[in-house]
Design a protein around this ligand. Sequence first.
Ligand code: NAG
Ligand code: NAG
Ligand code: NAG
Length: 239
Amino acid sequence: MAMKRALWLMVLTLLCVVAAATDTNRVYQPCADTKIQRSDGFTFGIAFSSKDSFFFNQSLQLSPCDRRLSLASSNSQLALFRPKVDEISLLSINTSTFFPDNYGGYMVAFAGRRYAARSPLSFVANSTYTVTSFTLVLEFQRGRLQNLYWKRDGCSSCKKQSNFVCLNKQDCAIRTSSCKGRGGAVDCSLGIQLAFSGTDRHLRVLNSWYEVENLRQYSLYGLYSNLRDSLTSQYNKFF
Ligand SMILES: *[C@@H]1O[C@H](CO)[C@@H](O)[C@H](O)[C@H]1NC(C)=O
Ligand SMILES: *[C@@H]1O[C@H](CO)[C@@H](O)[C@H](O)[C@H]1NC(C)=O
Ligand SMILES: *[C@@H]1O[C@H](CO)[C@@H](O)[C@H](O)[C@H]1NC(C)=O
């Protein structure tokens, strides 16, 4: 399998605690199919690369698991996560040694093989701008992952923050030159808020999505003002 062969450097920190006891999902790799129930762990990947490398024949966006893309042999990075289904999780990718713009600057979230799902491309960084905050929705039907998408809030969370620039009326970006390791002082680690929607394999409704909607007012930008403290401890105070 392409993913397994590839010696991609993994850059990941999983900030949510997975309670192994109730995890009945035996599928631990992202390029395989599974059906989840609430309280399971669910493995998915995020690939970083250039815009073009996610497309086959420059027109068809395929899952990074699809060998026709040969992502593993291009300039790319892979992060793997296993959050708990239906729990709001904040994933963090530390950028102190990983600069997304060195790997093409775009990312795609994905999971599954025969039932492959992948998100649209999301811009992360180039030499001018870095986007640090994302919300990813994982949508299941009867426990099967159907769809992954980035939820955007039209920059409402950074409108009043002078450090941020609104890109394409959808992404709040910071100047890459303000980032640590790039000449600045800001920790530009990526924060990815997860939300689950749809139904699990027992047709129980996954509703962490509604909680994220309510959480948006406390968007990640507030948390980033003091990133030195653990992201989780600050995040948890909202519950
Ligand atoms: C790639 O795209 C070109 C032009 O759009 C088309 O003629 C060709 O058949 C495509 N190749 C494959 C393998 O799909
Ligand atoms: C990223 O790693 C650096 C070096 O280990 C550390 O100083 C920094 O606090 C980390 N950032 C986050 C968000 O964990
Ligand atoms: C970086 O991305 C922004 C937003 O997409 C774009 O306007 C800008 O031209 C890009 N800069 C470089 C150096 O590619």
